[in-house]
Write a protein that binds this ligand. Structure first.
Ligand SMILES: [Zn+2]
Ligand SMILES: [Zn+2]
Length: 256
């Protein structure tokens, strides 16, 4: 019983064999996938995926890369789309100071508007944070995002940051990075997060775990992440899979 809390099967890298991949991962024990949108075009694709496949759920929002295309009309559109039964969160949203594809002040405004929408709709947030740790924490506090909570996906912060994120009621999601040879921070965080606040993810098609690093990632490879996490946390693999699935269900309401 595996739940992939973050994947992008709407990505064009799956255009040629999406149906086969969906069938295969479901057979491999992946019982739910949360597939958040990234840009306006992907919102429609994600809703379509959720309509086509029982086990796929989705979230709507603009990735920080796309913050520059954000407008008030966007909020109205997302509000309308979020009424769909299988939209379980607002995301993915956040700040990305690594690529800086949108100006930082625009990214911040876009994130704040998404937090307001999440609060209005009582939906959790899926947060993307790349090299923007302090600004994200500041915005979460000033906008009171902790009233709806959510998850920091592909968490890259320190144990100290994890402590603050957990204190505010958020979940922490880990993926392929825990299997990388140079992984130190994700391993320290993996030891630290309480069992009832941990999620697992692929961020497919990116972040494939060792020994598939660099290949197209899919939820079938989550077994590598589960195996590594269970050895770091000294727990049983089935138990870890089950616990992270239950956590995802508690956060998103996945009808498990
Ligand atoms: Zn992300
Ligand atoms: Zn993502």
């Amino acid at each position: 019983m595996i739940v992939d809390s973050h994947a992008h099967y709407d990505d064009e890298k799956f255009d040629e064999d999406r149906a086969e991949v969906m069938k295969r991962i479901h057979k491999q024990g992946v019982v739910r996938v949360v597939n958040p949108s990234s840009d306006l075009e992907s919102v429609e694709k994600c809703i379509q995926l959720a309509d086509d496949y029982d086990f796929i759920y989705t979230a709507v929002g603009l990735h920080p890369h796309e913050a520059k295309s954000f407008s008030l009309g966007t909020v109205d559109m997302l509000r309308e789309t979020a009424r769909h039964r299988k939209v379980v969160a607002i995301g993915e949203v956040g700040l990305d100071y690594h690529y800086d594809l949108s100006p930082r002040n625009v990214q911040k405004e876009c994130l704040a508007a998404h937090i307001q929408l999440a609060k209005e709709l009582s939906l959790p947030l899926i947060i993307h944070d790349r090299e923007a740790h302090q600004d994200i924490l500041d915005i979460i506090r000033s906008e009171k995002a902790y009233t709806v909570g959510g998850v920091f996906h592909c968490f890259t912060g320190s144990v100290e940051m994890a402590r603050q994120v957990l204190d505010m009621g958020f979940y922490i999601s880990l993926g392929g990075a825990v299997t990388f040879k140079n992984a130190r921070r994700p391993v320290d965080v993996a030891k630290y997060v309480p069992g009832d606040r941990l999620l697992i993810e692929t961020d497919s098609p990116y972040m494939a775990p060792v020994p598939y690093r660099g290949k197209r990632n899919d939820s079938g490879y989550l077994t590598e992440v589960i195996s590594r996490l269970s050895s770091i946390r000294k727990t049983d693999q089935d138990l870890l899979a089950r616990q992270t699935a239950i956590n995802a269900d508690r956060l998103f309401g996945l009808d498990l």
